[in-house]
Design a protein. Structure first.
Lengths: 404, 325
């Protein structure tokens, strides 16, 4: 081996340390706040249909988020998480993928799922953990998942999806490798998209996942949503380096930082990342810079950990910016948009009222899917439970009447 | 039928599994060209390519995260953790991810194609960190299957069943027997069903139960007991999760006595679960208390390994106490 330590062969005779922020990583921004393109920016030539699909997804998610936040305050659902401020980051990045590229998200990426076509009813059924929920009422609200839409079911433990995305992506590359040369013999059909927050990037799984993706060249896009806060912990108490992007360089991963409130920049960067990844098989790291305009979840109040002044200085609404872009393009009729938004909000309220009345999953869903088929000990426990419920039906009103 | 040691039997099971599915991959620390620190994956990279049999960086959580993702994509993922003592950085990926993947998604997704291979157990002068038997930690996690072979033949048949099973399985390999266990093993494919114990030898006075490397010890103890006129029924549990309650209960109804032996520390070891279940199943048939012969509640020692291990003499002593209770 000519370079056993796998480092740059660059000998210096001068004792000097490299600065921690030596890279001075730029943030790519394409749209001005008035929705016009920066004068020196290259137009990514987004088509009208895609642009409108992005916009309508963002509008839907904002309306859903506002409605469900209120529903939690009314005690109708136990928990909710809004996407406020990051709608462009999530939606426009999903728009740059193929619809059958697997998305492995953290939890605040409902917009990516909506972009793929998850219906209002499906959102509601999950949040009310009723029997129509694809997840069979097993996880807290917002833990969506859909095989049909290639959106891996959300898992609460933070960062676990990161090395999983690497393995998932690698598996998609295997059939494209020429066994004799070890090189790619054709373009890879799919990338795996992996979203996570800047807080989750402190987990060990982040390091493991990125390092393995770089070493094994897995076609995965790591999309770090740096929104400034992990619940109450600000980014400057999370890390001291230059954001998350600086780490990509350390792992040997091509990296870009984008303005996460700029749908056009996010779209352009992700599209480019995908094109590169399917061609070379290598991972890409995108760091999106946005501000979490809302709370972490319905369980915290940001006024307890950030100042009014800070919030007043960070009001950049990604939806408004992209709307101005669409209006400038002549692709959106404002009056019609307002009317649609009004109708949408009514539909959401109606769907909520329907979903909260649908009955809970049947008792058999308590034990199904632990294994592909219940193991004998579990079956015995289940049979005993059924007898117990039959003996005390008044104590278990949700399932007592439906036991087979 | 050819003679194989346990490593050759495992290698053969892996070889068949890799040929069976074009997307199957084997990965872990040093499993590539080197063939693993115990050489269980010898020759497989040469046969199936560097892209399907490969070294990973030193990150157990990464190996299991990667494996979960690969299995979720539908490819058989055969991950090696070099020593079971080092599986704990991957505990979250196994316990919170592998085990719950199917359940939490309502069966939208699963990692049924995941198999974790890991050498476990002592008797090799490995001290604290090359000797542990961590099966009980995982036995407390619904969604996993746990399997331990006792010899070369069992290793091949059970490993094939683990890889083909549509649930995540941890296959604990008794490293002390890797080269020591030699026997007839079919060259071709065969499977031994999971979740089924095996009565290794019939007896009438007392049932003695173990798994993996401890089987050799209890068989030795059974022989010693026989010379003292005690007839021992020897059972290999084989699968810890799910475990075969019926075969054990049937035997204990016949003998009226049960001795359970494992290398792991006694407190909360899997023997405790067996004892609790069997006393419930066989209460009126029991002639003496169910007894456990296990490791002490200490970290695994080095210089005093001989004193620590539940050796044949300790098992024999428990057998006699049980019979003469």
């Amino acid at each position: 081996m000519t370079n056993p330590n796998n480092v740059s062969l660059n000998i210096s005779h001068e004792l000097s340390f490299i600065g921690a922020h030596a890279l001075d990583i730029p943030t790519v921004s394409l749209l001005n706040s008035d929705g016009t393109l920066h004068s020196d920016a290259t137009d990514p030539n987004i088509d009208q249909d895609t642009a409108l699909r992005i916009y309508k997804t963002m509008r839907f998610i904002r309306a859903l988020d506002e409605r469900m936040q209120a529903a939690q305050r009314q005690g109708r659902v136990s928990f909710y998480m809004q996407c406020l401020g990051e709608e462009a980051a999530v939606t426009a990045s999903a728009a740059a993928l193929k619809d059958d590229d697997m998305i492995m998200a953290q939890y605040r990426e409902q917009a990516a799922l909506r972009y793929r076509g998850f219906t209002l009813e499906q959102f509601m059924n999950q949040m009310f953990s009723n029997k129509e929920d694809l997840g069979k009422g097993r996880q807290m609200p917002i833990h969506y998942g859909s095989q049909e839409l290639h959106y891996m079911t959300i898992s609460s433990p933070l960062g676990t999806q990161i090395p999983q995305a690497t393995g998932h992506a690698y598996s998609q590359k295997v059939p494209h490798i020429d066994a004799s040369t070890g090189e790619l013999s054709s373009e890879i059909n799919n990338v795996t998209m992996c979203y996570f927050g800047e807080g989750a990037a402190s987990e060990g799984d982040f390091h493991a996942g990125l390092n393995m993706a770089a070493v094994h060249k897995a076609p995965v896009i790591f999309f770090a949503r740096n929104n400034g806060y992990a619940i109450s912990t600000p980014a400057d108490e999370q890390f001291a380096g230059d954001g998350i992007a600086s780490r990509g360089v350390g792992y040997g991963i091509k990296t870009i930082r984008v303005d996460g409130a700029d749908a056009l920049a996010v779209y352009a960067a992700t599209k480019e990342a995908r094109a590169l990844s399917v061609k070379t098989g290598e991972p890409i790291l995108i760091e999106s810079i946005a501000y979490r305009l809302g709370a972490h979840s319905t369980s915290d109040d940001p006024s307890g950990y950030r100042s009014k002044e800070e919030e007043a200085n960070n009001t950049d609404c990604p939806i408004a910016r992209f709307k101005r872009f669409l209006l400038n393009q002549g692709w959106l009729d404002e009056a019609q948009d307002d009317a649609e938004d009004e109708t949408l909000r009514e539909e959401i309220l109606n769907a909520l009222k329907v979903a909260e009345k649908i009955e809970k999953p049947p008792l058999e869903d308590l034990i199904s899917d632990v294994y592909d088929t219940p193991i004998p000990s579990l079956q015995r426990q289940y049979d005993a439970l059924k007898e117990h419920i039959k003996a005390h039906p008044q104590a278990y009103p949700v399932t007592a009447g439906r036991i087979k | 039928m050819p003679q194989m040691n346990m490593l050759q039997a495992i290698n053969s099971a892996l070889d068949i599994s890799m040929s069976e599915h074009p997307l199957a991959c084997i990965f872990g620390e040093d499993v590539g060209h080197f063939g693993g620190v115990f050489r269980a994956t010898s020759g497989l990279q040469e046969k199936f390519g560097k892209h399907r049999v490969f070294n990973t960086p030193l990150t157990e959580q990464g190996i299991l995260g990667f494996a979960n993702g690969m299995a979720a994509a539908g490819a058989p993922a055969i991950a090696e953790i070099q020593f079971a003592d080092y599986i704990f950085p991957a505990f979250d990926q196994i316990v919170n991810e592998s085990a719950k993947f199917r359940y939490r998604s309502g069966n939208e997704f699963n990692v049924g194609k995941l198999t974790i291979r890991t050498p476990y157990g002592g008797g090799i002068a490995g001290g604290l960190y090359h000797s542990q038997s961590p099966e009980a930690y995982f036995a407390h996690t619904p969604g996993l299957k746990l399997v331990v072979p006792r010899n070369a033949y069992q290793a091949k048949g059970l490993l094939r069943a683990c890889i083909k099973d549509d649930n995540p399985v941890i296959f604990f390999e008794p490293k002390r027997l890797y080269r020591a266990s030699v026997g007839e093993v079919p060259e071709g494919d065969f499977e031994i069903p999971l979740g089924k114990a095996e009565v290794v030898s019939q007896g009438s006075d007392v049932t003695v139960l173990a798994w993996g490397a401890q089987m050799e010890i209890i068989e030795q103890a059974a022989k010693m007991a026989k010379s003292e006129g005690i007839s021992v029924e020897v059972i290999d549990l084989r699968s810890i999760l799910p475990w075969d309650v019926e075969t054990i209960a049937q035997s204990v109804r016949k003998t009226g006595r049960l001795v359970i032996s494992h290398e792991a520390p006694i407190t909360n070891g899997f023997g405790a679960e067996i004892a609790a279940t069997i006393q419930e199943e066989c209460f009126l048939h029991l002639e003496s208390p169910i007894t456990r012969v296990c490791g002490l509640d200490t970290p695994y020692p080095l210089a005093l390994e001989k004193e620590y291990i539940p050796d044949a003499l300790k098992v024999l002593s428990a057998i006699k106490n049980s019979v003469h209770f």
